[in-house]
Design a protein around this ligand. Structure first.
Ligand SMILES: *Cc1c(COP(=O)(O)O)cnc(C)c1O
Length: 393
């Protein structure tokens, strides 16, 4: 018999049985190193707000001023009547910041990938994607009519084989797509090697630097980190992570930007983000440029935490960035650890299958520029205690 809505409850129950449902805990105030979560004071270890800009006075002030001048909404799609001068100012600012000819924003990083990738490649083209790429890249690739190949995570030998095979066929375009920083392990894409291969095999490079901006290359991202700002053809990013605000971005040549906003359906058919978001984003880039110490503090904290948590016996995998996972193996154990951390006043997220392999469940710890030593030592002491209690270390 044809199904009606019973499948909703049934599928939810199945997910619940497997421990795969999200249990949302809400914050009672701003996202910052010390937060209140459901009435409980916690150290925030699960946010992407690496530089602690989400509640920075300069961003708040810029947003409030913009609301006073422009109102609360943009009033239309970007393409029709929703683009305000403050959005244009932001595009210029991003291009400067990224060292590219031009830039444009999207509602989110997700919308940038979903809207742009299907336009860059179609029939007769090949998209080559790292197996651990973010879901929005995966969805963008799925929306394209191009052929696709997936290579094992950061395996440059495997990538070269795909490129070699590709050169035996007559593809019109070949694009390699990768995250800049991988969000579950915190490792950095081997952009220098990808760049060499791309040159050798005549492929283009598409990087989504969501977790790399504000973090790598003095905050300017993976392009600056590898000194390849002008060589990466398509640079996607977001203001929702280290920049503490909201909205996706694309930086690259002026041809790319004109192409993008005439072709991307998520840009053409969806509203511009509100003007105060543009204002906060401009302020975020200014703060990163002015307060250079922020990125440095983030890295100092990262190095200290990584060294100390490893010396307690925790496995941090391939972490090279402020994403420092503690891999505990079993999903149930990871969830149990997250619960106990919360009881101890530390808000951290358990990442389990299918986001990572079944035997690689973990807590994803994310560092913050504004943690002080006392915060970090509090976290480490709790980890030491719980590690013994749960027989992890
Ligand atoms: C977080 C993330 C996104 C999503 O960015 P939003 O602006 O929040 O939609 C896209 N790509 C990657 C690689 C990410 O890590």
């Amino acid at each position: 018999m044809r199904e009606m809505t019973e499948f909703l409850g049934r599928e939810y129950e199945e997910m619940e049985k497997q421990g795969l449902t999200w249990v949302i805990k809400s914050l009672n105030g701003p996202s910052q190193p010390h937060v209140e979560v459901e009435g409980k004071k916690c150290i925030m270890l699960a946010s992407n707000n690496y530089l602690n800009l989400a509640n920075h006075p300069k961003l708040r002030e810029a947003a409030i001023k913009a609301i006073e001048k422009y109102g609360a909404g943009a009033g239309s799609d970007w393409s029709i009547a929703g683009t305000m001068d403050i959005h244009m100012e932001l595009y210029k600012k991003i291009a400067e910041f990224k060292g590219t000819e031009d830039a444009v924003t999207f509602q989110t990083g997700f919308a940038a990938n979903a809207g742009l990738i299907p336009q860059l490649a179609g029939k007769g083209d090949l998209l080559i994607s790292d197996e651990l790429n973010h879901g929005s890249i995966i969805d963008g690739v799925r929306l394209s009519k191009a052929e696709r190949a997936v290579y094992p995570h950061s395996d440059m030998g495997a990538l070269e084989k795909v490129l070699e095979e590709a050169n035996k066929k007559d593809y019109r375009r070949v694009i390699i797509l990768t995250d800049g920083v991988f969000s579950m392990d915190g490792d950095i894409a081997k952009m220098d090697e990808i760049h060499k291969l791309a040159e050798e095999y005549r492929a283009m490079i598409y990087v989504d630097d969501a977790h790399g901006e504000g973090v790598l290359g003095d905050g300017h991202g993976i392009g600056r980190h590898f000194d390849l700002e002008k060589e990466i053809h398509f640079q996607i990013g977001t203001f929702s992570k280290a920049f503490g605000s909201f909205g996706g971005m694309l930086a690259g040549s002026s041809d790319l930007i004109k192409f993008a906003y005439n072709k991307s359906r998520t840009w053409l058919l969806s509203a511009a983000f509100p003007p105060h978001v543009a204002a906060a984003n401009i302020a975020a880039l200014e703060v990163v440029e002015k307060e250079k110490d922020r990125v440095k503090r983030l890295w100092d904290n990262t190095k200290y935490f990584k060294k100390e948590i490893e010396s307690l016996g925790y496995d941090t995998g391939n972490s090279q960035t402020p994403i420092v996972p503690t891999i505990v193996g079993d999903s149930k154990k990871a969830k149990q650890l997250a619960e106990k951390l919360y009881e101890e006043g530390i808000f951290a997220l358990a990442i389990v299958y299918p986001m990572v392999a079944r035997d690689k469940a973990r807590i994803r710890n994310q560092m913050n520029a504004d943690f002080n030593r006392e915060d970090l030592d509090t976290i480490l002491n709790v980890y030491e205690k719980l590690g013994k209690e749960l027989k992890i270390v």
